[in-house]
Design a binder for this molecule. Structure first.
Ligand code: HEM
Length: 320
């Protein structure tokens, strides 16, 4: 037998390595035996919420992103702040506080899932599936969601403040931010296409519409009407001025005509290395759709807890 260092057989080392890899592996069929109605239950909850309010699809998609970028996709974002527990929901200035939405919708879906299969389906998986179902409800392409994530028993406000990208980010910041999560530049540009739905508050685009030059003048003027130089911080504008409630590639066409709402959006097409990819997505809905789905699966794999790690929370807002 070939011996590795310290006399441990190579075969044993290889097997251990395989076991570690297998436990970190998600699987699309994870709930097929333990909770066959899980996916249909989540889908009906999402479909109902999005038909009541289309923006909710955007809010649910963003929740999954904000979950995955802090401690990995472990539902840490859902843990509520209490007198003796600091959560991520107060992350400031822009990422979470007064901004994330849809916690009540997830709680409602979780209650329905618990009613059909007690303590089986994790909140982290519910977020991942709800993001996909939101995309589909708003006209985006479907994709298979790998499952088997477990929920954390902790949250990290400091990591939320550090790792959720602010709208003031330049291109190099965005590339670095995504790369620290193991995501490529292509993932970053494709996932930014999520800003084809949903809304942003005046406070997040004010400096762009009054101070920047790489913005279409008529577009800036129209935004200024509802976002004064001072006051109106919470006034909303659609992230995609062309088709605000459709998960399509119009976001990239907006960038080509300098109608990106956030400073960080327009950074993707500003004479730099990602210009070409933005133009590709602007002209090819199919290419965008393929890369966006891949990006969502890659994002959904960040730092997942699997196997015996973590827990399946009974209530997404509280540790068991
Ligand atoms: C590339 C770096 C990103 C930055 C700097 C960024 C920043 C922001 C900001 C500032 C808002 C507006 C929040 C508010 O005013 O309340 C927003 C909204 C949104 N973001 Fe991002 N984001 C980024 C990437 C992503 C990614 C990767 C996704 C999902 C895959 C995403 C999905 C969304 C959605 C759907 C909304 C609208 C939410 C709603 O209407 O409730 N964002 N983002």
């Amino acid at each position: 037998m070939i011996m590795a260092f310290f006399g441990v057989p190579v075969v044993a080392v290889l097997l251990l390595g395989l076991a570690a890899a297998a436990s970190a592996q998600l699987s699309a069929t994870f709930y097929d035996a333990s909770c066959p109605s899980a996916l249909a239950t989540i889908k009906s909850g999402v479909t109902a919420a999005v038909s009541k309010e289309p923006r909710m699809g955007a809010s649910l998609l963003r929740l999954h992103f904000h979950d995955c970028f802090v401690q990995g996709c472990d539902a840490s974002v859902l843990l509520a702040e209490t007198a003796n527990f600091t959560g991520e929901q107060t992350a400031f200035p822009s990422p979470n506080v007064n901004s994330i939405r849809g916690l009540d919708v997830i709680d409602g879906i979780k209650a329905q899932v618990e009613a059909v299969c007690a303590q089986t389906v994790s909140c982290a998986d519910i977020l991942a599936v709800a993001a996909r179902d939101s995309i589909v409800a708003l006209g985006g392409a479907s994709y298979t969601v790998p499952l088997g994530r477990r929920d954390s028993s902790s949250a990290s406000l400091s990591e939320a403040n550090r790792d959720l990208p602010p709208p003031t980010s330049d291109l190099a910041d965005l590339v670095g931010n995504f790369s620290r999560k193991g995501l490529s530049v292509t993932d970053m540009v494709a996932l930014s296409g999520a800003h084809t739905i949903g809304q942003a508050a005046c406070t997040n685009f004010r400096s762009r519409i009054y101070g920047e030059t790489n913005i279409n003048a008529a577009y800036a003027a129209s935004l200024q009407g509802n976002c004064p130089r001072s006051g109106g911080d919470g006034n909303l504008a659609p992230l995609d001025v062309s088709t605000p409630n459709a998960l399509d590639n119009a976001y990239y066409g907006n960038l080509v005509s300098q109608r990106g709402l956030l400073h960080s959006d327009q950074q993707l097409l500003n004479g730099g290395p990602t210009d070409a990819l933005v133009r590709t997505y602007a002209s090819s809905a199919a290419q965008f759709s393929t890369d966006f789905s891949l990006g969502m699966v890659n994002m959904g794999n960040i730092g997942v807890l699997t196997g015996a790690q973590g827990q399946v929370r009974l209530n997404c807002a509280k540790v068991n």
